[in-house]
Design a binder for this molecule. Structure first.
Ligand code: HEM
Length: 458
């Protein structure tokens, strides 16, 4: 069959679409989605990429033909920090690592983590209450920072147990920010100095990576030593599961390097995404007191005066709809890419070997073919009967197919716990318009100031 070339958008000499894309990626891509029905080809300097618009084509790439579409350039950039962990690896190696790590995310394991989520959220509630008392009942908080602090502590305790010194972790949070910022820059610019050139950026990158590695290595060796001196010792955390996990066929365990890569992957993938989702949730709720009220009633009915347990998570159905709707409008993983191994076809179009395809959950979730009034914040979009009416791959905050996010249930549970407890105590008010800043994750521009006050309901 004769295959057509994907439609090409006219770009400028040398740069292609780099400048327009760089200036305002989301609006540039929205424009493409509105003008091209299925696929559009663009060029960032020498890099050709193909944007996929249709849920069916995305399903083909992520699920039906996932072996032919592997993780490409973006993941090689991330690999400089994450190494060869579950997010960045592929083939047999990925399959083995995923199998080893998967049990750590089974429902019965997650049930044990609800208490950590409760504790950290209640610490946040107490801290906010103390500030409100000092400031006559209301205060404006930089929501992104608040949420980063809370999700960092939750992922730290879930991964490494409660014995870890939170200050040590808070200390590397700045380094993680630096690494994120530099990787994000590298993703957008295909031309850059190699790491061995001592530019200022490369030096900052190296220093931050070394500090991150030192802390992670110390955590791993402290645990290995504790287990050596007392093999019966029980640590109920993900680190323990990963250290003791054995390949069913070979009985092999992870080396220190593999452990390091998986721990750094889970640590980084596991908190910034959730922190951004929680910040956007606060931003949307601050504009919709009627939705907050509905959530509060549900929290009161399901929880009464208790903290949530695992069973309650299933019962907080409206809160779950709110979480899904937040992830629709502001999916932290706003773009997902793959590289084709050999020539591939998408419908009647050819994607030549080695090229990159990508799709944007941010666009897909606003595509009028799948959503009515896509810009409106409407948790009813996730009523069971509405979900049934949409194609399955029209909503992908956690990706899909075999590479579906391993932490999806962890994140959903964390957001439900945090939101249920926060709306029980506080009201929120938007202080300024915030626009999204698509870095590696979909961040808000600025710190997202939100006015918080004690609720007078109940
Ligand atoms: C709201 C929060 C989160 C969002 C939006 C999110 C999103 C995603 C997405 C879209 C992918 C697929 C990437 C691709 O196909 O290229 C992914 C993969 C992954 N996520 Fe998440 N994630 C979240 C939370 C978490 C948490 C809490 C953890 C761990 C504690 C985690 C760990 C991972 C890992 C290890 C992978 C790689 C899975 C694989 O390739 O087999 N994520 N995530």
């Amino acid at each position: 069959m004769f295959l057509k070339k994907a439609p090409v958008l006219k770009g400028v000499f040398f740069f292609g679409h780099a400048l327009e894309f760089g200036r305002d990626p989301l609006n540039f891509l929205l424009k493409l989605q509105n003008n091209y029905e299925r696929i559009a080809q663009l060029r960032i300097v020498y890099l050709k990429v193909y944007l996929l618009v249709n849920a069916e084509d995305i399903k083909y790439v992520l699920q039906e033909n996932s072996k032919s579409f592997v993780k490409g350039r973006a993941y090689r950039v991330l690999g400089q920090v994450l190494g060869n962990g579950i997010l960045t690896s592929h083939g047999e190696f990925w399959h083995r690592q995923r199998k080893l790590a998967q049990p750590a995310f089974y429902k019965q394991r997650l049930a044990l983590l609800v208490d950590i989520m409760n504790d950290e959220t209640m610490t946040l509630v107490k801290r906010w209450e103390a500030t409100l008392q000092q400031e006559n009942g209301s205060t404006t908080l930089p929501m992104t920072k608040e949420m980063m602090k809370a999700t960092l502590l939750i992922v730290t305790k879930s991964l490494f147990g409660t014995g870890i010194d939170p200050n040590k972790i808070a200390h590397i949070s700045q380094d993680i920010d630096t690494l994120n910022e530099i990787l994000s820059m590298q993703m957008r610019t295909p031309v850059r100095f190699p790491m061995w050139v001592p530019t200022k950026t490369n030096q900052r990158f190296k220093a931050a990576s070394e500090r991150l590695d030192a802390v992670i290595q110390e955590i791993i060796s402290t645990r290995r030593n504790a287990l050596e001196s007392n093999p019966e010792a029980q640590f109920d955390d993900l680190l323990q599961m990963l250290i003791t996990a054995k390949d069913e066929e070979t009985g092999e365990q992870m080396t220190d390097k593999q452990l390091r890569d998986e721990i750094v992957t889970l640590f980084i993938a596991g908190h910034e995404t959730t922190a951004m989702a929680m910040s956007w949730a606060m931003y949307l709720l601050a504009q919709h007191p009627e939705i907050v009220q509905k959530m509060r009633r549900e929290a009161q009915e399901v929880l009464g005066e208790h903290l949530p347990n695992f069973e309650n998570i299933r019962q907080l159905t409206y809160t779950s709809q709110v979480v899904n709707e937040v992830l629709r409008l502001y999916p932290p993983a706003w773009a997902i890419s793959r590289q084709v191994m050999e020539d591939q076809k998408i419908g009647e179009y050819l994607i030549p070997a080695k090229e990159q395809v990508f799709f944007c959950p941010y666009l897909l979730h606003r595509n009028k073919a799948y959503w009515t009034n896509p810009e409106e914040f409407n948790p009813d979009n996730f009523l069971p009967e509405r979900i049934k009416q949409r194609p399955s791959y029209s909503y992908l905050p956690f990706g899909g197919g075999p590479r579906l996010c391993i932490g999806n249930n962890f994140a959903l549970m964390e957001m439900q716990v945090m939101l249920a407890l926060l709306v029980k105590h506080f009201d929120f008010e938007k202080m300024e318009n915030v626009i999204p800043d698509p870095q590696i994750t979909l961040k808000p521009k600025g710190n997202m100031p939100i006015k918080v006050s004690m609720t007078s309901e109940f």
